[in-house]
Ligand binder design. Structure first.
Ligand code: SF4
Ligand code: SF4
Length: 267
């Protein structure tokens, strides 16, 4: 008896500010949770970013980022809700000893943030009924960064969740000298452009699916948030429908960012 295929093969082409990406994807044919779409959208983001990096290399400005260079891992990393759920699933799939190490580091980070009065504020940011304003986010970002608190997933200056790290971490590449990143507020750094902001796309998708605000969840509280909202992650959609909706958000993002950069180059 033939076993029906569980995925559908699709070829997707996207025009980004760095050039066209053409990607073959396997989309689940059945009903899947929103986390199933996260790796696909990340792939689009990474392929577009690879084009941007190639342009930067050609212009004589290769990325300075390398393994063990982690001054940037003291910044507050925002995740979309689908990424927070995906990270929770990834952590639960790890061997027990790794899960225990992660839990211990998260407890340590929580205690430090509690002592600075920041834990409650980070939790409020991702549970507020409205999306907080950019100004409110900036204030918290600066206070958090002033602590120079290593990311709870950083061990000996190496990311321990590299394959599952948030899109915001994947997207931060600079061509300026690494030492400039010791003070990202006062030093000039040259970031390499990001054609597709994956967390923004996934945040917009989540907003549409759940009729909730486009939440950006700070990494230190992301697993707590995902545990507390696990019920919302039980909902499923047809894989192709999820991809369609996610592509719609990606196209909108790309067309807005390309029309903004067109305006910038005119002004
Ligand atoms: S952004 Fe800066 S600190 Fe982070 S890896 Fe790149 S060069 Fe190093
Ligand atoms: S998740 Fe990894 S890459 Fe991102 S801030 Fe933490 S240690 Fe750095």
């Amino acid at each position: 008896m033939m076993i029906p295929p569980t995925t559908e093969h699709l070829e997707i082409a996207l025009n980004t500010s760095a050039g066209q990406i053409a990607t073959a994807v396997e989309v689940p044919t059945g009903f899947v949770p929103v986390t199933a779409i996260v790796p696909l959208i990340r792939r689009f983001g990474e392929e577009a970013q690879a084009l941007e990096v190639a342009r930067s290399v050609e212009a004589g400005q290769p990325p300075s980022c390398h393994k063990g260079c982690a001054a940037c891992c003291r910044m507050l990393v925002p995740l979309s809700a689908p990424e927070a759920f995906a990270l929770g699933e990834w952590v639960r799939s790890r061997p027990t000893d790794q899960q225990e190490r992660i839990a211990a580091r998260l407890v340590e980070t929580k205690s430090r943030l509690l002592s600075q009065g920041l834990w409650a504020r980070l939790s409020e940011l991702c549970n507020a009924p409205e999306q907080p304003s950019d100004d409110a986010l900036e204030v918290v970002n600066r206070e958090y960064y002033a602590l120079r608190l290593p990311c709870p997933f950083l061990e000996e200056e190496v990311c321990t969740i590299y394959e599952a790290r948030p899109a915001a971490c994947r997207e931060l590449l600079v061509s300026s000298p690494p030492e400039c990143c010791d003070d990202l507020i006062n030093n000039p750094v040259d970031p390499i452009s990001v054609p597709i902001l994956v967390s923004t796309v996934l945040g917009l998708l989540w907003q549409e699916l759940t009729k909730s605000p486009t939440r950006l969840i700070p990494l230190p509280v992301a697993l707590d948030w995902a545990n507390g909202h696990e019920q919302e992650n039980q909902q499923t959609w047809k894989g192709v429908e999820l991809l369609d909706r996610a592509l719609d958000k990606t196209w909108r993002f790309l067309s807005q960012s390309m029309s903004r950069s067109g305006q910038d180059s005119v002004n």
